[in-house]
Design a protein around this ligand. Sequence first.
Ligand SMILES: *Cc1c(COP(=O)(O)O)cnc(C)c1O
Length: 466
Amino acid sequence: MRYISTRGEAPALGFEDVLLTGLASDGGLYVPESLPHFSLEEIRSWRGLSYSELAFRVMHPFVDDAIPADDFRAMLEETYDVFAHQAVAPLVQLDTNEWVLELFRGPTLAFKDFALQLLGRLLDYVLEKRKQHVVIMGATSGDTGSAAIEGCRRCEHVDIFILHPYQRVSEVQRRQMTTVLGDNIHNIAVKGNFDDCQRMVKESFGDQSFLGGKTQLAAVNSINWARIMAQIVYYFQASLALGGPDRSMAFSVPTGNFGDIFAGYLAKKMGLPISQLVIATNRNDILHRFMSGNRYEQHKLEHTLSPSMDIMVSSNFERLLFDLHGRDGAAVKSLLENASKGPVSIEDYRWRHARKLFDSDAVDDKTTCDTIREIYEQNEYLLDPHTAIGVRAARNCRRDNAIPMITLGTAHPAKFPDAIAESGLSVEPQLPPHMADLFEREERYTVLDNDVQGVQDFIARHWKNA
Ligand SMILES: *Cc1c(COP(=O)(O)O)cnc(C)c1O
């Protein structure tokens, strides 16, 4: 399988190189040159497979001969064995034909574990083979950092440095990062805000000379293709559990960066009958504004009760734009260059096509809280604020009650106690047993000034072979 850039100028790469690359050299994102397509008969034959075996069937064509089949199977078994539920992604019923797919049974209680547990293992496998080492550098305001750290804790060829804004992440989120103790794990608390952290990461990727040429940086944010790939699997799994592929399904997906919902779009293109895909955003609603009015325009960042979806631009949306433009990289390039200067639109017939593929909704904090309360009162079931946005959007956008509506449950409610409190419920969400002692565990992190040189010096001095 070859991968090409959405801006059409970077060289095509194989799976291994795509794994180790962040952005393409032309500023684009990598996508598969062609998608595998599965017949209904083949999908039907996957009924009853374990999650990891299903993951193998869905992902194998993307990995191709980069990893021998037996090794890839073993890696997937190990990856999904760490989840605290035998079904890995269990379904919970909310109402007649309405469901939540619980994607938060992994080590850090958010759906990002599905991709990052696998990504850590893939990186280590490929680096072992190549006798190489990488340094992962990332900035986090919450979920990504902890999932990436958990995913890399056992890697031998990866050092990971995660920057978070000092005293500006929740205690649960900080502890999920800082209590993972390993020689290759480095938490840096920057005396600044999230944007400062992100700027330092960007600058460091742009000029890696501080590493002295002895290692290179790798990215773990959702521009990494392997993350998208891993997220395609649970669309197949949920559908098979509810009578697919002989019935069509609808999905509602809480999203900010368009990663998770793009995976659903790919599942559909790969042959899974999906009749509706709902984009569910919070007040940071660039995607919803585009879908409703064909205007792609940055607004200023709003802080909401669903912080993992607080974004201004939606990086993975570029991958959809590429398809909407008939895979014309030059067209995508000029569109996105203009988008960084002001609002842009696409040709009307292309936008209409997008509207056929997706419905959308934006949900504010008050409605998020109302939904958490409503579902608790109906079912004694607690939603986290991100999932609540998905459920609200599902109910607002639903077209056909005969089709199962599945909302992706992206996080465990115990990660976001503030939103639960704000919804007026007197229940306190409990951390699951394997994390119950989180507040007693030893923490390890280094506080550094808001200064890129200081941070780079720290990294240069602390990676494994420094
Ligand atoms: C990251 C995250 C999202 C958004 O994911 P996208 O990649 O933007 O689709 C939603 N909910 C939670 C809990 C997250 O951590």
